[in-house]
Structure formats: C-alpha cells, structure tokens
Design a protein around this ligand. Structure first.
Ligand code: SF4
Ligand code: SF4
Length: 118
C-alpha cells in the first residue's frame, strides 16, 4: 500500500493563489482564511516559500492548514483518519500536477517515495 510522505525539493502545495483554490472558505475558518490570504505573495506563492531551495522558511511555525495530520484533515476536510493516507497522496498529486505536470520528475519522485503504482 502507498504511504504518504512529503518529499524534499517539491513545494507544490506552497503555491497559494486563491483562484486555484476556490473552495478555501469551505474548509478554513474565517481566522484561518485571513491568515492564508496574508501569506499569498504577488506571484501567487507563499511569502514564506524559498523558491531556490523549494522549502518552507518557517517550517516549525507553519500554520495548521499546512500540516498533514489526522486532526487537521479531519477538521478541514471531514476526512476519517483511516482515509488520511489516500486523501493526502491525492492532494499532493493534484498540486504537483498543477505546478510541475503529471509526467514531471517531481511527480515521479513523489510517486516513487510513497510507493504509488497505478
Ligand atoms: S505537494 Fe506534497 S510532497 Fe510536495 S511539498 Fe507539498 S506536501 Fe510535500
Ligand atoms: S507556510 Fe510554509 S508550508 Fe505553508 S504554504 Fe507557506 S511555505 Fe508552504
């Protein structure tokens, strides 16, 4: 079975442009939404994203909605903890597809890391 993990030098989920995520108000509280919007830079990427190293510069202090945990996903998406793995893999694949493409090295690297086979 595939097991979710984040891979280094990806960062696809740090592209926060709200037009790419029209349902934000469906799963973020008003306070979270305000925080989310405050993070969006002029180019659509999070202001805390380092594009050179493709990493979060506030990783230990990143907001709850950036964290893949059973609790955050249950609260935000009503995902049962037993479904977290599959749901998180699907989320990452969507972000990676949007940013780098479905046949990109980033997608291949992610799929290999999580043990995804089609
Ligand atoms: S899209 Fe997934 S693998 Fe890529 S940085 Fe975000 S959590 Fe990590
Ligand atoms: S706070 Fe960090 S993990 Fe969250 S979107 Fe910004 S760069 Fe990415």
């Amino acid at each position: 079975m595939a097991t979710w993990q984040c891979v280094t030098s990806c960062g696809a989920c740090c592209y926060l442009a709200p037009n790419e995520r029209p349902d934000l108000d469906q799963y973020l509280s008003p306070d979270q939404l305000a925080l989310y919007l405050s993070l969006v830079g002029a180019n659509g990427w999070c202001i805390h994203y380092d594009p050179h190293d493709r990493r979060c510069t506030i990783y230990d202090q990143r907001p709850d909605f950036c964290r893949v945990t059973a609790t955050t996903f249950e609260v935000m998406f009503n995902i049962d903890p037993s479904e977290l793995n599959e749901f998180a893999i699907d989320c990452c694949q969507e972000h990676i597809d949007d940013i780098y493409g479905e046949d990109s090295p980033e997608m291949q690297r992610f799929n290999q890391a999580v043990g995804w086979t089609t």
